[in-house]
Design a protein around this ligand. Structure first.
Ligand code: HEC
Ligand code: HEC
Length: 449
């Protein structure tokens, strides 16, 4: 404990450090034991430490690539496709209009006032990839970090957690506004973005297929989806030919919930390490013996994903703050007027009563305290995605903030386009005999969470 605190004091930087340390000394000198921030476990020390973890975690979540530019930029050369041949890259480049169309978001607060003004008055060329490069230079493209050489040319790029798990409030323009951390970016067409890369060799080599096949898989996901198991089990499509990606879930409202991901693969820090190391291709450590199974995870076995020990490890030391930050993100409440309050109140009765939804979606977590997993048959769906997971099950999806992710569908693969479709599904498979009004009320309740 003491060592940790000393460590965290050591790592505190800048003016804040000086203030905290000065306060600690002056309190001690005055014999004011209550206010001693250095007393481990005291209210003040805990608060200071928690605040620092949240602040550090936000930085990591928004801006840390964990060194993954070695993959996205140096290897795939995605930055060259973005810049285009007129800006030192290849091909036509990606204009801001195209970037917004594939769901990338722009952080308006990262734009200098004059640029904001020019944007408002139409003085910025949104058809020119050079503008995209300028936005990257300003760090204004959410979740994408451009790296520049000394003469100002884009030399590489990396991605951060915010790429998929943040959006913006559109307060400036469509796709341009203040950051909303933790919100699932259901506009983002990740597959389309990756397929722009001049070099797809890492995927063709790993999966043992040609480039056309890789592109076909990337095109199959569509907006808001990504397949975080493809590079483990090599299952690019469902047996019925459907796409095999899962919809991006929110990274808010996670506190108090046991297992995470659609199939409950592990805890938040488990998954953070999994993603940072094996999906974003950051440089770090990841261990999961369950993946060391050539029958289920042939691609993971080939790539050695069950036991990754990259040096330097740019991930492990960041897991605590990243975890705390995600736990600090509460699910946002729906805007007033976005649902019918009287219907929602009736829907709540149906949810907890006749429809028995609350047996699994236990309020206020809306998942089970405990082992929150279910056999596919319990929710009346096929086992394809469950069986791709070591758990073989589906995790009871937490429902708070549901209203923020109504695009790209509900359930792990977005199979239900609307909340009414979800309710109809339960009504059918669980033979709930709900009336039309019950169904409408349930939907209003779900929109109110
Ligand atoms: C390329 C898009 C992408 C990036 C980048 C990404 N994620 Fe995710 N994330 C997903 C998808 C898709 C899932 C759902 C995976 C599944 O269940 O199949 C997910 C699931 C999660 C979950 C589980 C949420 C829940 O309720 O179960 C957490 C937590 C999470 N991601 C955090 C992170 C963090 C932290 C980072 C950065 C280290 C990150 N993600 C980077 C796409 C992404
Ligand atoms: C047996 C436990 C169980 C019961 C009962 C149950 N659910 Fe679910 N629910 C789940 C699981 C598991 C998932 C995740 C499905 C998946 O991953 O595809 C889920 C997903 C959902 C989703 C989709 C969430 C999202 O982010 O896409 C909604 C909405 C939902 N349930 C509402 C309800 C309603 C309404 C009822 C009652 C009519 C209900 N559930 C009853 C276990 C249950």
């Amino acid at each position: 404990m003491k060592q940790t605190l000393n460590m965290s004091l050591l790592t505190l930087a800048g003016a804040l450090t000086a203030t905290v340390v000065m306060l600690a000394f002056s309190d001690a000198a005055q014999g004011n034991s209550d206010a001693k921030p250095s007393a481990p476990g005291s209210k003040a020390a805990t608060r200071t430490d928690a605040q620092k973890q949240i602040d550090d975690g936000r930085q990591i979540f928004r801006f840390d690539t964990f060194g993954d530019e070695a993959f996205w930029g140096d290897t795939l050369r995605l930055h060259q496709a973005i810049a285009g041949q007129n800006n030192g890259g290849v091909g036509p480049g990606v204009s801001p209009k195209t970037a917004l169309a594939v769901g990338l978001k722009v952080d308006a607060e990262a734009l200098p006032a004059e640029l904001q003004q020019q944007l408002r008055t139409g003085g910025v060329n949104l058809d020119d990839p050079a503008t995209t490069v300028a936005l990257l230079r300003l760090g204004a493209v959410v979740g994408v970090k451009g790296l520049f050489d000394s003469s100002g040319n884009l030399k590489s790029m990396g991605v951060t957690c915010a790429l998929c798990h943040s959006t913006v409030d559109d307060s400036f323009a469509q796709g341009v506004g203040k950051r909303l951390d933790g919100w699932a970016n259901r506009d983002l067409n990740i597959g389309q973005i990756i397929s722009l890369a001049p070099n797809l060799r890492p995927y063709t080599d790993l999966l043992g297929v040609d480039q056309a096949t890789v592109k076909k898989v990337l095109a199959s996901w569509g907006p808001g989806r990504f397949d975080a198991l493809l590079d483990k089990d090599g299952k690019a499509f469902r047996p019925d030919g459907g796409q095999a990606g899962t919809v991006i879930p929110p990274a808010f409202g996670l506190a108090g919930i046991n297992l995470h991901t659609w199939t409950g693969m592990g805890s938040v820090p488990y998954w953070n390490a999994y993603v940072a190391v094996t999906e974003m291709h950051g440089s770090g450590t990841f261990f999961d013996e369950r993946l060391n199974n050539s029958a289920r995870y042939p691609v993971a076995v080939k790539a050695g994903t069950a036991n990754v020990r990259n040096t330097p490890d740019l991930v492990t030391e960041k897991l605590p703050a990243l975890h705390v930050y995600q736990l600090s993100l509460a699910a946002p409440k729906p805007p007033q007027g976005s649902y019918d309050a009287a219907a929602a109140a009736r829907g709540q009765q149906v949810f907890s009563g006749r429809a028995k939804c609350a047996t699994c979606h236990v309020p206020p977590l809306y998942t089970e305290p405990g082992d929150n997993l279910h056999a596919p048959s319990e929710i009346g769906i096929d086992s394809f995605q469950a069986e791709r997971s070591p758990t073989g099950k589906y995790r009871t999806a937490p429902l708070a903030g549901l209203w923020t992710h109504q695009k790209a569908g509900f359930y792990h693969d977005g199979r239900f386009a609307t909340l009414l479709d979800v309710v109809e599904h339960y009504n059918r498979v669980k033979q709930l005999a709900l009336t039309e009004q019950d169904k409408r009320d349930l939907v209003e309740f779900l929109k109110s969470l």
